[in-house]
Design a binder for this molecule. Structure first.
Ligand code: HEC
Ligand code: HEC
Length: 278
């Protein structure tokens, strides 16, 4: 009963070979679409898996590793490495993928973009790390705004390394490296090429990395939620909020782009000034 004639055997073998070929072909097609299956990817979407991290450890790491590649590099790396190490405990493949990130790519961000004094590198690195783990655009925007506001309005540096003294502190009022470091150097009465300024920026990197870690932890359920309700505390300060209503995208003027504190650079412009003028 189990005997097959030659023709049957060939037919079955043919089906087998055909199936194998189709399987191989579809694998090739799949491979073309996604060349490497990245174990760090969340199941739906393009963000990377996140794991709760210790914000104080992140701060210490950011401070310790500042010398490797400056502000943006250390802020990004301290957050992402801690996530990788935590992930590796339960999901080694994902953890190793996170740890293999080409961190060197953030050297360029030092001193506001290769020394141009633009966006502070510590903030830039923290925003990049948030983005890596955040698939929801709504959450991403809320966390980025929160960190920007925190940067502009907080007395920094807060972090004090072991066996060191607190430093003079300033409120930058601006996310620009130029303004932030310039104001601090003027208060501390040091040059920008001094070791004190480097130490201040290392401590600031620790502060910003810590805050980003706290925000990520707090919003772990919001990172890839379909209808997220981001958890943030700070609100955009007045009067910038008012200025933005008219001047930024979608406002009645819509003539500039920006969420920075306007009066840092337009000190003479008040809402009253505008209203009386009109
Ligand atoms: C109610 C809408 C409105 C608000 C709020 C508003 N502006 Fe304006 N702003 C205008 C209009 C309209 C103009 C252009 C006409 C003018 O100069 O009055 C203008 C012009 C300006 C200009 C450039 C031109 C100039 O005349 O010097 C600057 C800079 C400016 N605003 C900054 C600000 C800042 C900073 C704030 C917040 C403190 C602010 N604006 C709030 C409507 C507004
Ligand atoms: C870091 C400095 C800086 C900050 C912060 C800043 N601006 Fe400006 N802004 C400028 C400069 C520089 C110009 C160009 C000046 C010029 O053309 O006279 C400008 C131009 C403008 C103009 C157009 C002026 C014109 O002549 O038509 C408006 C309106 C304006 N800014 C509004 C704002 C608002 C609103 C904010 C806050 C959301 C803001 N700015 C924040 C530096 C800044």
């Amino acid at each position: 009963m189990n005997k097959l004639n030659r023709r049957d055997a060939l037919r079955i073998a043919g089906v087998g070979i055909g199936a194998a070929l189709t399987g191989a072909a579809s694998k090739v097609a799949l491979a073309a679409e996604s060349p490497v299956a990245n174990p760090a990817l969340v199941e739906s979407g393009e963000a990377w898996k996140y794991a709760i991290i210790d914000p104080d450890k992140v701060a210490r790491d950011a401070y310790r590793d500042y010398h490797i590649g400056h502000c943006m590099h250390t802020t990004f790396m301290s957050i992402v490495r801690n996530v990788g190490e935590e992930l590796a405990k339960t999901d080694p493949l994902a953890g190793n993928a996170v740890l293999s990130f080409p961190f060197h790519m953030f050297h360029y961000g030092s001193s506001g973009g290769n020394g141009w004094g633009s966006l502070c590198g510590s903030l830039n690195g923290a925003l990049a790390a948030i983005n890596l783990f955040c698939g929801s655009e709504k959450t991403l925007k809320a966390l980025c705004d929160e960190l920007g506001n925190y940067y502009e309005k907080t007395m920094f540096p807060i972090f004090v390394p072991d066996d060191a003294e607190p430093m003079p502190q300033t409120i930058s009022g601006s996310i620009l490296c130029h303004v932030s470091s310039g104001k601090w150097c003027s208060i501390a009465k040091v040059r920008t090429d001094s070791p004190e300024r480097t130490d201040r920026c290392s401590r600031l990197s620790a502060d910003i990395a810590k805050k980003a870690a706290e925000l990520l932890n707090l919003n772990v359920a919001q990172l890839n939620a379909e209808e997220p309700v981001p958890i943030v505390a700070l609100k955009r300060p007045e009067p910038a909020a008012t200025c933005v209503k008219c001047h930024s995208k979608g406002g009645e003027n819509s003539d500039v782009i920006g969420k920075m504190t306007c009066n840092e650079c337009h000190p003479e412009k008040t809402v009253d000034h505008h209203l009386t003028k009109r």
